[in-house]
Design a protein. Structure first.
Length: 160
């Protein structure tokens, strides 16, 4: 198991793990995409603190999950601006005979329809298969999310 957080490079971004020192990037991403992602993500509950608090907790959980070997929460960063463009999460990692995990992802509203999500997910999948030895990556989508359905269809038809 890797002890150093990986950095993956694609043509347009760098994938790094969500960590406490980059929680501010997640906060800005969520603020920019509140309306865009609201149909697909759980509703924010202000009784649990501020959105900033939630992002800090998510970053702390991400770091601990990576240390425990049970999840990789990648954020895609534009190398020029340092802005978070997308998220690609591999969670519920199961070892033993199964060697599998679940995939989740989201992309900034400004980057929809430009192939960035496919680029990010392909890089993440390649890393998980090659470096972690996984056999299976499972993904679900909400039927109303046509873009997500099409992304999964394209990924399934390609050889990784």
């Amino acid at each position: 198991m890797t002890t150093e957080p990986p950095v993956l490079q694609t043509a347009r971004c760098n994938l790094v793990l969500l960590q406490p020192d980059n929680a501010h990037l997640l906060l800005a991403y969520r603020q920019r995409n509140l309306t865009h992602l609201s149909p697909w993500e759980p509703t924010f509950n202000p009784d649990n603190g501020t959105l900033e608090d939630a992002c800090r907790r998510a970053a702390a959980r991400s770091a601990q999950s990576f240390a425990d070997g049970v999840a990789f929460h990648f954020i895609a960063i534009d190398p020029g601006s340092g802005v978070m463009l997308a998220a690609c999460n591999f969670t519920n990692i199961v070892r033993g005979i199964f060697q599998a995990c679940h995939l989740g992802y989201s992309v900034d509203h400004a980057w929809q329809g430009q192939g960035l999500m496919q680029e990010v997910v392909r890089a993440g999948i390649a890393y998980m298969f090659k470096n972690l030895g996984l056999h299976r990556i499972m993904a679900n989508h909400m039927p109303a999310n046509v873009r997500s359905k099409e992304l999964l269809r394209r990924l399934a038809s390609q050889r990784m």
